[in-house]
Design a protein around this ligand. Sequence first.
Ligand code: NAD
Length: 260
Amino acid sequence: MKLLNKVAIVTGAASGIGKGIATCFAREGAMLAIADLNHDAANATAREINAAGGKAMSVMMNVCDESSVNAGVAAVVANFGGVDILVSNAGIQIVHPIEDFPFADWKKMLAIHLDGAFLMTKACLPHMYKSGRGGSVIYMGSVHSKEASILKAPYVTAKHGLIGLCKVLAKEGAMHGVRANVICPGFVRTPLVDKQIPEQAKALNITEQEVIKNVMLKQTVDGEFTSVEDVAEATLFCAAFPSNAMTGQSFVVSHGWFMQ
Ligand code: NAD
């Protein structure tokens, strides 16, 4: 077991990629905090993990709200005794061309993806520093941390921004044994992507099949979606890596959609 007795908080863990990471980490022996805005779904995920022999608690949390984040992290520390791993994963998608992008939606996107990552990091770091065990922070980036697509101005902006935050934390956290990395998935068939398919078809005036074939998978080497399990394995690799040798990095997991 690669994460035996480690305490991991995964935000957005009630669905999609976050749920896959939480399930994978639990199999590797970690104690999991399923942190999500959707409390019922978070409870259900924690129950599933516990029923399979793992150890999980659910935490109702809005990552954009400082007091909600601080209360959630405090509840995890009270229950599990600390925090060793943070996977800052919660996210949403809103697509419009820039000239039509409502300012409120721009701010909402940056709040979830960037404020959320900052607030979670700020709340977890003192516990990692204090423990003497260090820790691992993993931000859920995207191929859009490296490349742009039309209609996704705030998403691309925020996902690029996470790489900056990661590099600063890699430098500040090193003396405490805290590492920071970014995982950058290609398109994964989750509710976030399923919602985008009809929206992009409408915005681009093409069929949903064309969105899948020509927008989401055209640049891959094999025409395949990245899977939740692929992303979970890459995240596990970062979480379990034992030294500061691998920090401040961003890893693309995308069937070649983007190549460095
Ligand atoms: P998803 O919609 O399946 O899950 C997102 C989860 O985040 C949901 O459970 C939702 O309740 C939660 N959430 C949303 N806002 C929140 C908030 N303010 N506070 C707490 N929780 C909140 O989406 P997913 O596809 O699993 O995406 C997870 C992450 O992976 C996102 O950061 C996304 O940008 C990133 N990502 C996804 C893909 C993809 O193709 N699906 C590709 C690259 C990166």
